[in-house]
Write a protein that binds this ligand. Structure first.
Ligand SMILES: CC(C)(COP(=O)(O)OP(=O)(O)OC[C@H]1O[C@@H](n2cnc3c(N)ncnc32)[C@H](O)[C@@H]1OP(=O)(O)O)[C@@H](O)C(=O)NCCC(=O)NCCS
Length: 147
């Protein structure tokens, strides 16, 4: 199994796994977002491949972070093919991302995990991540909450 950086032409290759991650809820802008992650200095897409087949994907980025007095990396998405889980693919993807974030001068790496996703929580803990004390809030410009 090997890990490599994605190219802009890899979108269709990664799509089946991304569709699984987002339960088929893929919008029109995902392709452009994928291309931006590949092209821009503060984004990266990592592909895990085994025998020529994509078995995992990690989408990550880094940004300024005043709390950390510098920059932090963020795992924006990670998924491993169901049949290939528990074989260290996810760990390898994250380790490669941590090395990338360090090279970019980040002081830490963050990950957003659904509260009900016990597996992802266990996975991140096993890799040394600690649970933050913060909640995440968002405001959707296209679909603002009706108050
Ligand atoms: C989370 C995910 C990426 C882990 O990928 P993976 O390749 O199976 O993980 P690894 O094999 O590298 O596991 C590394 C460690 O994480 C922990 N872990 C992984 N899966 C686990 C599970 N089902 N139950 C308990 N611990 C688990 C273990 O400590 C494991 O080490 P071990 O196998 O030596 O015990 C994968 O389960 C997945 O794609 N889930 C669906 C998508 C998802 O939830 N993404 C995260 C959104 S934030």
């Amino acid at each position: 199994m090997s890990i490599r950086s994605g190219r802009t032409s890899d979108y269709n290759l990664g799509l089946p796994l991304l569709e699984k991650l987002y339960h088929g809820d893929i919008g029109l802008d995902l392709k452009q977002a994928f291309i931006d992650y590949v092209r821009k200095e503060n984004g990266v897409v990592l592909f895990a491949e085994d025998a020529g087949k994509v078995v995992g994907i990690l989408v990550g980025s880094f940004q300024l972070d005043i709390d950390w007095e510098g920059k932090t990396g963020k795992i924006d998405a990670i998924i491993v093919d169901e049949k290939q889980r528990r074989r260290g693919v996810g760990r390898k993807l994250v380790q490669r991302f941590l090395a990338w974030a360090k090279r970019k001068g980040c002081k830490a790496v963050k990950a957003r995990i659904n509260r009900e996703n016990d597996v992802a929580q266990e996975f991140h803990r096993s890799l040394g991540f600690e649970e933050a004390e913060t909640y995440e809030y968002f405001l959707d410009f296209d679909h603002p909450r009706e108050s």
